[in-house]
Design a protein around this ligand. Structure first.
Ligand SMILES: [Cu+2]
Ligand SMILES: [Zn+2]
Length: 175
């Protein structure tokens, strides 16, 4: 008797399970980066993975050398200084730096190393952010952006790793 009463409930769970397995495709996003003159200098593809958001960035016409690369907390890239992008995306209220014991910001990423030809391709996984809904979503109210700096990130110093001016910026948009 009791078991029979449970049957519809079990069926419902079973159907939900089957339905859940029909996964919707992983969310994707992109960003087109511009320099202080408003010229395109890069393109990023973002994809949700089990380890976080994989970012593949390709740049050109940038000054050779090591440059900090971060996710900033606002989806605004107004040249020439890109200050409208705000600070680093930091939904968990940590300190700056991939090597900081009190960090990192969710938006902290490895440095870009641009060759003599002005180009680089970087693949990085931002393990503390998502393209799905949530407090650490790159689509949180106001959006987010990808920013490249004039100098390297020292991975330690608040608030932005002593990386200097912002030289390129791109708003993260759904794809
Ligand atoms: Cu930055
Ligand atoms: Zn940071």
């Amino acid at each position: 008797m009791k078991y029979r009463a449970l049957l519809p409930v079990l069926m419902a769970f079973f159907l939900l399970f089957i339905w859940g397995c029909g996964e919707s495709p992983a969310p994707k996003a992109k960003a087109t980066l511009i320099n202080s003159q408003g010229q395109k200098v890069g393109q990023a593809q973002l994809e949700e993975t089990s380890k976080g958001v994989k970012i593949t960035l390709t740049v050109e016409n940038l000054p050779p050398g090591t440059h900090a690369f971060h996710i900033h907390e606002k989806g605004l890239c107004d040249p020439p200084d890109f200050m409208t992008a705000g600070g680093h995306f930091n939904p968990f209220h940590k300190h700056h730096g991939l090597k900081n014991p009190a960090g990192p910001h969710a938006g902290d990423l490895p440095n870009l190393v641009v060759g003599a030809d002005g180009k680089d391709t970087l693949e990085a996984v931002a393990s503390l952010v998502t393209l799905k809904p949530g407090e650490n979503s790159l689509f949180h109210p106001g959006g987010t952006s990808l920013v490249i700096h004039a100098g390297p990130d020292d991975y330690m110093t608040d608030p932005a790793g002593n990386a200097g001016a912002r030289i390129a910026c791109g708003v993260v948009t759904k794809q």
